[in-house]
Write a new protein. Structure first.
Length: 202
């Protein structure tokens, strides 16, 4: 609800909106209408899982051991949900420890490798969105069909994610402006206007 407020949606109108908030530990998929949550799904696949996927992929395919911080940096610099991007980022050097020799080494990593590493986790998010759409009341499903889905949270910054979800779900997908701060901004609006939005703070 706070994320919806933060991206400028009028949560009180009698129209269905689907918000997908990809945070650190969980992805929340929520349908909001008339200042209430109509249906709500949460899965434990989000930014932390993406980071773990990258660490595992480099260990498996390059015998390179990297830390969480390095994996997080890779995700930010070249993280992608598609192997074919319109504006692809350049390959980046990654330092880690060679698991065979135990000696530090550097390799070059491409965004396609990262897209491959994240594929299974993103597929699980897609499945959860489809499941949430199946449980959405038909009159609100019509609104979502017209308006599309709204992506917020740090995971929304993954290159090509909106395009991939749109291709899979056959609906428009919009990324919030500054998705990292949507929930914080919405919480601030709710606190400033507590008389109007007490339901957000419950």
């Amino acid at each position: 609800m706070a994320a919806a407020l933060g991206i400028g949606i009028d949560v009180e109108e009698p129209v269905g909106n689907m918000i997908i908030d990809i945070g650190g530990g969980t992805t929340g998929i929520t349908v909001i209408a008339l200042a209430g949550i109509v249906c709500d799904q949460s899965i434990r696949i989000a930014g932390d899982e993406f980071t773990a996927d990258i660490m595992e992929a480099l260990r498996r395919y390059h015998s390179l051991l990297i830390g969480e911080r390095t994996a997080e940096q890779i995700k930010i610099q070249i993280g992608a949900a598609l192997k074919d991007l319109d504006n692809p980022p350049d390959d980046i050097p990654v330092n880690g420890r060679d698991l065979v020799t135990g000696i530090p080494k550097q390799i070059m990593v491409s965004y396609q490798e990262i897209a491959e590493a994240l594929d299974k986790s993103i597929f699980k998010i897609e499945e959860a969105i489809l499941k949430a759409l199946e449980t959405t009341p038909p009159e609100l499903a019509g609104d979502i069909y017209r308006r599309g889905l709204y992506l917020t949270g740090g995971g929304a910054l993954l290159r090509g994610l909106d395009k991939r979800l749109s291709q899979k779900i056959k609906l428009p997908v919009h990324i919030a402006d500054d998705p990292l701060k949507s929930v914080v901004r919405g919480t601030g609006i709710a606190l400033k206007n507590y008389d109007r939005y007490p339901f957000v703070m419950r």
